[in-house]
Structures are given as C-alpha cells and as structure tokens.
Design a protein around this ligand. Sequence first.
Ligand code: FAD
Ligand code: SIN
Length: 551
Amino acid sequence: MVRNNYQDYDFLIIGSGIAGLSLALELSELGSVAILTKKGDSDSNTNYAQGGIATVTAARDSFESHINDTLRVGCGLSKPEVVEAIVCSGPENIKWLTKLGVNFSAQNSKRRSPGEDYDLGKEGGHTHSRVLHVADYTGREIEHRLLTSIRARDNVTIFENHIAIDLLLGIHKVPPATKGVDIRVCYGVYALDVPNQIVKVFRSHRTIIASGGAGRIYYHTTNPDIATGDGIAMAYRAGAVIRNMEFVQFHPTSLYTPEGRTFLISETVRGEGGKLMTIDGRHFMADYHKDKELAPRDVVARAIDAEIKKTGDKFVYLDVRHLGSQFLQSRFPNIYQNCLRFGVDITSDPIPVVPAAHYFCGGIAVDLDGRTNIEHLFACGETACTGMHGANRLASNSLLEALAMGRFVAEYIHATFAKQKIRKYPRIRNWIDETVFDHHEWGMISHDEDTIRRLMSDYVGIVRSDKRLNRALERMYIHARDIEEFYQQNPVRAAVIELRNISAVAMLVIRSALMRLESRGLHYTIDYPDTDDVHYNRDTDIRRTDFTKMW
Ligand code: FAD
Ligand code: SIN
C-alpha cells in the first residue's frame, strides 16, 4: 500500500539538465521551486555533451549565417522566427554561463583569460567555426556550474531519485456556446520516491517538463540510461500535441565495442581533421558529399550505414593518428581517456565507430514561451519541439536551444506570474496500490525493453521502408498493450514506469514515421526517396483525443 504525500511549490520542474537548471535559477527569484530528477542531480544528457555550444562570437561570423545554416539543415521545417530568437540570444546566454563560472577554452590554451579569443570548434553543416567548448567535456562543466549556483539558493529544492509518473490534470468544461473542447489544466505530477517506494503528489500551478530525450528506445545510443522519453510519454497520455517524432538524429560516430557499450566520439574530432575509412583503409566520404567528413550528420550517418551494409563489417574507422599525440590529449582528454578504457589508444590506433541514436528533434509541441496546449504546462529542452531544428538539427544547437528556452520560459512566467488567474486545485485521486508485485510476470515483461530497443534499431533506424515500419508498428502495439496492462495491475516501480514510457515513445516514432510519405532530413525511406514539398512541408502532429484508448 502506498500513501499520498502532498507537496506544494510555486514552480515544479521535471529534470535537472541544462534546461531545467537554467530555468530553476531564473525562477528562484520569484518563488519556491521543486526540481524532480529521477537519479542523481547530474545524471542527464547535458553531463555528456562534448562538442560544445554553437554561438556567434567571431568577428567574421554573423547571426544571419548561423540562422541560415540552421534553416538549411532543418530542411524546410525549422521555424524562422524561432531560429532567429534562439540564435540571437546566444552571446547573452554565453555571458550568463560565464558569470556562473563556465570558462570556455581559449585558442591554444585550455583556460581562457578575459578578453582572449575563444577556441571555436567546427562541426558538420556550419559554414563558420562557432562552437564554444570546454575541452571535450563542455556539458559536464555547464552542469557542474549550474548545480553549484542552484545549491546556493534557499528556495530551490532538488528531489533526487524521484521519478515523475504522470501529470495531474483537471478537466474544465467549457460552455457549449464556445464550441470548444474541454480545457485541460495541469496541476503537477504524481512522482515515485524511489528509495522509499512512496508515491508523492507534487502540486503546482506551473509545471515545466525538462526531462530530456529518448535515445534509450534504440539499441545503439549515445544517451545515458535516463533518456527514456518520460516527459514526452506523460504529455502524450495527458493530451498534449506531440510533434515531429520521426526525426531521430543518429550520431555518425560512437565508439564500437563488441559488447555493445558505447561512447560518443565528438563531431569536433572530424572538425579537427579526423578521417573516416573502411576497415581496409578506403576513404569513402568524398563518394557521398562535397564536404566529406563535415557533411551534415544525417549524410555522414547514412554513408557509414551504407558502407557497413556494403562491406558486411561491423564498423568503420575514424582515423586521427595524423593529428599528433600531444594535440589529441590536450584537445580531447575525455575521449582519449575513455577510448583507452576500451583498449583503443587514439594516438596510435584508428577508432572503430558506428552510428547511434543521439537526439530527438521532435517532442512536446511548444511556442517560444514554452507553452503547450495544456494550461499551466510548459516544456523546454530536448523533450520539447520548438521548431528550431525542423527535420534535422545542426550540431551543437541543442545546448543553445535548451538554455535559451529555459530562460525564455522563465521570462514569460516572470511577466505573467502576478497577473495570471489561478484555478483552485481540484481534488486529487489517492494513489493506492493494493496488489502485490508480480515478480514472475515482470521477469518476462522486463525482457521487452531489449526487444523494443532492437526492434527500433532494426526496423525504425537510419533507412526506413513502409514494410519495416508497419511490421514494427504491429509488434510494438502488442508490447505496448502488454506493458500497459502490467503497469495498471501492479504496484508502481521505476523500471516499469520507464518501460511504459519507452514503449509509448517508440509507438509515437513509428506512427509519425508512417505519416510522412517522403524523405526529408533525418527521415529517410526507400519507398519515398524524394522530398515532397507539396504535401509534406509541414509538421507531423499526434494528439490523444479519445481518452478511453491509449492508442
Ligand atoms: P537532459 O540534460 O537530458 O536532462 C534531463 C533530466 O530529466 C535529467 O536530469 C533526468 O534525470 C530527468 N528526468 C527524465 N525523466 C524524468 C522523470 N520521469 N522524472 C524525473 N526526472 C526525469 N548538444 C550540443 O548542443 N552540443 C554537444 O556537444 C552535445 N553533445 C552531446 C553528447 C552526448 C553524448 C549526448 C547524449 C548529447 C549531446 N548533445 C549535445 C545533446 C544535448 O546534450 C542535449 O540535447 C541536452 O543536454 C538536453 O538537455 P535537457 O536539459 O533538455 O535534458
Ligand atoms: C558532438 O560533440 O559531436 C555532439 C554535438 C551535438 O550533438 O550537437
């Protein structure tokens, strides 16, 4: 039996990555903030970011150029007004991070003094070098500085090992004269305090989902374990619009290991001159794109996928030996050390690499204030779809977007906090688990995670077809139904919550992919290899409207 435990806050944030933490810092000036995070406070995709944060700082660069690069790579689906607002906020956001203590690398040295030029990395799709970084552990440094500042604020409480389960919703009838649909309002979340196995009710009139991406729905992924798409799944169940889920970005170069454990080899490694080649030493990128190794990510990932299928090898090589041992160890200390752990010395061995699921361009549909179609519910960071990335994300634009959006949401809340009409909290249903957890059944259901991740990699990967997608949908439907049934009939557990969300997000990706009968950006299907601007130059939206059914 699990009893309710009520907690009320002015602002409730789900997630402690760059989006959630920057938002929390800004909101802490206005009221009490609760941050729920399902593992330790720094367990996030943010913590793993290597390449850096794309921003216009060089004299030769311009906002116009960064905007145009983002729009071109977005293949017609990026929203120009969103791209402009986020790109132009870059320098101010960098200043903000610098004030918190993030010390971006300077040219020819690891630590930058005031006034010195930044060392700017170059990544695929960018026409200028514009990626600010802290060696190759940019995300770790940003996460660390944000957390240090947050810990100094009295009115922010971080609830570690608290996993949000579902949103608390009020359904308000609208008068028939307005012919509207009922208004759905979010009042917070149910969350499981994992170590104590208690379901708590966190209530707030402003709930912000900042729970990151969903790379873990695929077998090969650069993402850590937390990336199970929980926010997207919760929002879908609650009736939020979920947008463009077919656009899954595969990073071309993650370390290949026979055991399947992986580690990202940053695109900036290619930016510094790293070359791709087959196991027998053939350089192949010139056959696929004029920009060779620095072609946009989807092109490089598809090229590697094609070479692996052609040769029957399990990986290709990324060769950096010619860059010199001293340079490699100072520019890429993190990659150097991690590869050594897997027995690869990048100064003397070529690095075996494969593409891996990396980033979700789609997510919960929001406007530039982070508002969803559910009242009092916001989203920002990778879990949201703002229209910045369109059909493909320009490298190193996601840290920028997550930071900018965290601060835009805060700006909107600051501007409206005093004026907004607040409804009374509705009566919240008690969470009662009266059954006993069925370990025997779970033993079987838990295997579904591996099955789903392999299914997604095999059937819904870099190259798709109607046949593969339909097959995946049929199989996924059965898994999703069985998992939902298990979830409904058993006491709540973190692993079940995550599996339920993995299956929900996998369903959303497959359904979105089946709705786009063309190839564009990250969505490539052999049945419709061309882009069809007449019918598909638009977003793919999915929204649950019949609440008697999950799908
Ligand atoms: P995250 O940083 O993923 O944080 C999500 C948070 O939500 C976590 O704290 C998590 O525990 C929590 N959470 C999730 N579900 C729940 C739940 N149910 N209840 C409670 N808490 C929950 N982008 C760039 O721009 N530049 C780069 O160089 C770069 N390199 C990358 C390298 C790697 C290996 C990876 C994986 C990604 C990289 N990216 C990069 C992408 C970028 O890091 C992410 O898009 C960005 O950090 C997302 O930030 P976020 O705050 O939205 O989410
Ligand atoms: C990388 O360093 O290659 C990752 C950059 C990104 O995902 O934007």
